[in-house]
Design a protein around this ligand. Structure first.
Ligand SMILES: Cc1ncc(COP(=O)(O)O)c(C=O)c1O
Length: 420
């Protein structure tokens, strides 16, 4: 059957278990919420859902920021919206890079016309505050843009000291929490982070396609100065802001704020099903409890680490600074990493991740996040990996991986009330 004929077959994707670095399987309740009826974007019921969603994400971001709302598009939509609305051509932006997604921020900031200053650390490590301070002193940036978790390396950058330094050097701090939010603590207000964006498709247990963001008053002031209402929407006597017009219409935070607040000034057509998904992700997470969800991710991560170590696999990077929800595992000598991934997919319907850049061909990345940060999902993945590795000739004692993961879960059950 050629592609055209195949396109008339019913859509029937295989029931994969997504244990890579994202996307993961969306919680079925999120998928159900997405099939609710479409409402008009100015229907009072829909506007109420928008306001409720803002309130729910304030709790998830641990912030009182009024401007906590959704950008339609995958996680990079949130990054682009913040960058294009904050950065004016020629602004100095400091990007500390510790993996592929740091480089993505370099690329987006350059496209916004920023004078980008990059500092790098080796993949598998994080920055020390002194390194950031030296760069702040040297470059005096308007904005510092950094990942909390870089999915490409699995590392989790400690941010409290960096945020304090950014205040000291009067720089705005933007944090990309796409990979980490929900699985790792990020108290936005307590740490005084100015802007954060994320995506639904990782620890928030949803589909890709919506990017929740939060920005504080410092960022809002920059954005509002640049407010230029779209031609055709400007009311009589209304004037435009004194700052330079934001180069993107779709990602113009000033116009998006006018759309999301009670003014309801027309902009794009809000992605109805995306909004339902975002609301349901947040509702489920907060019903379970922020602390409980962090603990569930931590437990799944610990179980995976124990299983890999018991199987004789070496872990990638500085484990003390690993995200709870992704584990990097060295592909053993003599084993073809892609054959293993392919056998997991073909024989077990399980997806794990490959790697990019300097880690390409050397490291697998196994996720345990969102709806997939579950005991059964972890145990099945470990069991399947063990079977495939043994078939590929890797010498291991069968059963040790699953036993080690189970032991972590048993121990945690004795110690805390966390649901596996
Ligand atoms: C840390 C980080 N930032 C940004 C992105 C880009 O997200 P998206 O592919 O949803 O646009 C990803 C995707 O995995 C990510 O892990």
């Amino acid at each position: 059957m050629d592609h055209y004929d195949a396109a008339f077959e019913e859509l029937n994707p295989l029931p994969r278990l997504l244990m890579g670095p994202g996307p993961i399987n969306a919680d079925p309740r999120v998928l159900r919420a997405m099939s609710a009826p479409i409402l008009g974007q100015f229907d009072p019921q829909f506007r109420a859902y928008m306001v409720q969603t803002m309130a729910l994400y304030r709790e998830i971001f641990q912030t009182r920021n009024e401007w906590t709302f959704m950008i339609d598009g995958t996680a990079r939509a949130g990054i682009e919206a913040i960058f294009v609305s904050v950065i004016e051509p020629g602004d100095v932006v400091l990007v500390p890079v510790f993996g592929r997604f740091g480089n993505l921020k370099v690329e987006i900031a350059e496209r916004c016309g920023a004078d980008v200053k990059v500092i790098e650390t080796e993949w598998g490590a994080v920055f020390r505050p002194e390194e950031i301070e030296a760069a702040l002193r040297r470059h005096r940036p308007k904005l510092v843009a950094i990942c909390q978790g870089d999915t490409s390396t699995t590392m989790l950058q400690p941010l409290a000291d960096i945020a304090r330094l950014c205040r000291q050097y009067d720089a705005l701090l933007y944090v990309d929490a796409t990979a980490s939010l929900g699985g790792n603590d990020l108290p936005v207000d307590a740490w005084q982070i100015d802007a954060v964006s994320t995506g639904l498709q990782k620890c928030l247990a949803g589909p890709p396609g919506v990017s929740p963001i939060t920005v504080n008053d410092r960022v809002t002031a920059v954005v509002r100065r640049r407010r230029h209402v779209e031609r055709g929407l400007l009311g009589p006597g209304e004037s435009q802001g004194p700052g330079t017009r934001i180069a993107s219409n779709y990602f113009d935070l000033a116009m998006l704020m006018d759309y999301w607040d009670e003014k309801g000034l027309n902009h794009h057509t809000e992605a109805t099903t995306g909004l339902y998904a975002a609301r349901e992700c947040a509702r489920l997470l907060l019903k379970e409890g922020l602390e409980q969800v962090f603990a569930r991710h931590a437990l799944a991560g610990r179980a995976l680490v124990a299983a890999c170590q018991a199987m004789g696999l070496a872990l990638f990077g500085d484990i003390a600074h690993k995200m709870a929800n992704v584990t990097g595992v060295y592909i053993p000598e003599g084993i073809d990493g892609e054959r293993v991934r392919s056998a997991l997919l073909q024989d077990f319907n399980i997806e794990i991740g490959a790697s990019f850049g300097p880690m390409r061909g050397k490291v697998w990345r196994i996720g345990s996040m969102g709806y997939c940060a579950r005991k059964d999902a972890v145990l099945i993945t470990v069991q399947a990996l063990e079977t495939v590795l043994a078939a590929e000739g890797f010498r291991l004692l069968r059963g040790t991986g699953v036993d080690a993961a189970l032991a972590v879960y048993r121990e945690a059950k004795g110690a805390s009330p966390v649901r596996a």
